[in-house]
Design a protein around this ligand. Structure first.
Ligand code: F6P
Length: 328
């Protein structure tokens, strides 16, 4: 906690963009202005902080963006910010604008940056979890996850149509970096036969046996959703292995890729982002520092950035029992 009053705040989006980031920025700008603060947009994440790409925002600056994917503030992964010299330059630029509070919308890499920065300098930082990966502790959901999963579901449903028409096995790789939540949720929601994620060890030969058993009873249409970070190295590797073991099977692979990052945010993401953005400003006004704003069981929840960056959410094993039973 700090007893210094914030008067001018900065907001930035950093790391991979996530649908709903614009809704969060809108909430920050309008809540700040409502409470008599001046709000500045720091463009292109930490890189814009280093390059002094900082713009004053008005209420109308964030008109007509709640429904838009991407981020009007642009984003970047700044290597320079991870050097002491880069952070010093960034601090001096914020100071030159009189900015005395910062809100960072991003993933764990962005929180690492915010943590270092606020430990070194007298500018309190509040984090908002903005990542499609949902790999951050301290919030049930992250901004962008719901939209990404719905995009994946939409694509996998389409794949199911053609898989069914041809009686094919489809392997679909989804994003998530080293987290498997997009795969897990989209796999269950599309009725996939198997879901391979890094948080759960897969017995690949058991997958092969189950496909062989299904083949015997003429169930040839199967969907396997693979997280890009799974233990086998993603969809291509899994496809290669299965093709070797089942040379006669008709197997195709689709890598969904960056379509999962774009598009208009879902209702859930717009609401999550609006609530988090609104509360982030209140946090700064209350003198909080170095915390991430999350929502747990529908209640606002504040986690020290040091814990939000490190911890991962746990995945209950019974998800996999369920997948097996529902796909039988
Ligand atoms: O962290 C979000 C994410 O989309 C991951 O799911 C993915 O691994 C990564 O970013 C891709 O990053 P880039 O857009 O830099 O290739």
């Amino acid at each position: 906690m700090t007893d210094k009053k914030v008067t001018r705040i900065g907001v930035l989006t950093s790391g991979g963009d996530a649908p709903g980031m614009n809704a969060a920025v809108r909430a920050v700008v309008r809540t700040g202005i409502y409470h008599g603060l001046e709000v500045y947009a720091v463009m292109r994440g930490y890189q814009g902080m280093i390059e002094n790409d900082i713009v004053k925002m008005e209420s109308r600056s964030v008109a007509n963006i709640i429904q838009r994917g991407g981020t009007i503030l642009k984003t970047a992964r700044s290597k320079e910010f991870f050097t002491p010299e880069g952070r010093k330059k960034a601090y001096e630029n914020l100071k030159s604008h009189g900015i005395n509070g910062l809100i960072v919308v991003g993933g764990d890499g962005s929180f690492n940056g915010a943590l270092k920065f606020s430990e070194e300098f007298d500018i309190p930082c509040i984090g908002l979890p903005g990542t499609i990966d949902k790999d951050i502790a301290g919030s049930d959901f992250t901004i962008g996850f719901d939209t990404a999963v719905n995009t994946a579901i939409d694509a996998i449903d389409k794949i199911r149509d053609t898989a069914d028409a041809h009686d094919r096995l489809f392997i679909i790789e989804v994003m998530g970096r080293d987290a498997g939540y997009i795969a897990l949720h989209s796999g269950v929601a599309t009725g996939a036969e198997h879901v391979l994620i890094p948080e759960h060890k897969t017995d690949i030969d058991e997958v092969i046996n189950s496909l062989q058993e299904k083949e015997k009873r003429k169930k040839l249409m199967n969907l396997i959703v693979v997280a890009e970070g799974d233990e086998f190295g993603g969809g291509e590797q899994v496809t290669k292995y299965i093709k070797e073991k089942l040379p006669n099977a008709d197997i195709k692979i689709t890598v969904l890729g960056h379509i999962q990052r774009g598009g208009s945010p879902t209702c859930a993401d717009r609401i999550l982002a609006s609530r988090m953005g609104y509360h982030a400003v209140l946090c700064l006004m209350e003198g909080r520092n170095n915390v991430m704003v999350g929502i747990v069981n529908d209640q606002m929840h504040y986690t020290p950035l040091s814990k939000a960056v490190k911890a991962k959410q746990q995945i209950d094993e019974d998800w996999f029992d369920m997948i097996k039973i529902l796909a039988s």
